[in-house]
Structure formats: C-alpha cells, structure tokens
Design a protein around this ligand. Structure first.
Ligand SMILES: [Zn+2]
Length: 149
C-alpha cells in the first residue's frame, strides 16, 4: 500500500508544523503498539495463572471430596495451565491410568468432567466391560506407566 499522501502546506511554518505532527503520530503508533503487546503478554500470563488456580482448585476438590466433578476446567484451560494429563482410576478394577488431554479429539472447550463418561478402562474393555472412570486429578506429567500393549 502506498503511504498516505499529505498535501504540502504552502507556508513554511505550516509545513514545519505538519512534519512535527506526523513525527509525533508515527512515534505514538509505535509506542501504543508496544504497550498493547506488553499488556497482552501480561494478560496471557495472568490467564495462565487463573487457569492453573482453577485446575488446582478442582484437584483439591477431587482429592478431598471426589465430587462434584462438575464444574471442572475445560481441556484448553488445563493445557494452558500446563496440566495436560488427567489421572483417572477404573471404578471396577481400580487400575489407574493417565489421559493426555492434548492428544484428545475433543473440542478444546469441552469440560474435563464431560470426559468421565467417555473414558474407559483398557483392561476391563478387553474383558467386555465398560465401567466408569473415576477422575482423580490434573497433572503436568503422566504418573503411571502405560500398561496396555
Ligand atoms: Zn478396569
């Protein structure tokens, strides 16, 4: 795009004034853009902290009460909080396992508690059973080695 055309004023004083204003406006554009970027970075850090606190709050509730699992963070909130692993335990055989939320084919706005009815124990599934999964906590790293082949 061609730069905006400012008609040159006839008087030298007006030309000087115009150049001064143009210089100020150009400097201001850069300053405001830099401030915006800085503010956005701060906001993203704060959102990340807020997501982490939300996940930790849910973890504490799961540990202390185990319910209600709803409300829970969304998948993208957990991932944003760097807590992408959901630790679950089979309600029937009690086998614990970890689910990688980042690898799930769900929309990122899906709530973690909505996964409870969809997660299945591999061990029980091979025996033809489909017991529910108990949600334990959100973690940064998997806590159980994968036992399935
Ligand atoms: Zn099981």
């Amino acid at each position: 795009m061609a730069p905006k055309y400012h008609p040159t004023p006839l008087s030298g004083g007006d030309r000087k004034a115009l150049n001064k204003e143009l210089g100020k406006a150009r400097a201001m554009a850069n300053i405001l853009a830099a401030q915006s970027a800085e503010m956005r970075a701060k906001a993203e850090t704060m959102l990340q902290q807020a997501d982490k606190l939300l996940c930790e709050s849910w973890n504490e509730r799961m540990w202390s009460e185990g319910e209600p699992i709803d409300p829970s963070p969304t998948i993208d909130q957990a991932i944003n909080a760097s807590l992408r692993w959901l630790e679950i335990r089979c309600a029937l055989c009690k086998t614990p396992s970890d689910v990688d939320l980042a690898a799930m084919k769900h929309v990122p706005t899906t709530f973690v508690h909505d996964l409870a009815s969809r997660l299945r124990c591999r061990k029980c599934a091979t025996a033809g059973r489909r017991p529910a999964a108990t949600l334990l906590q959100l973690t940064a790293h998997p806590r159980h080695p994968r036992t399935d082949s």
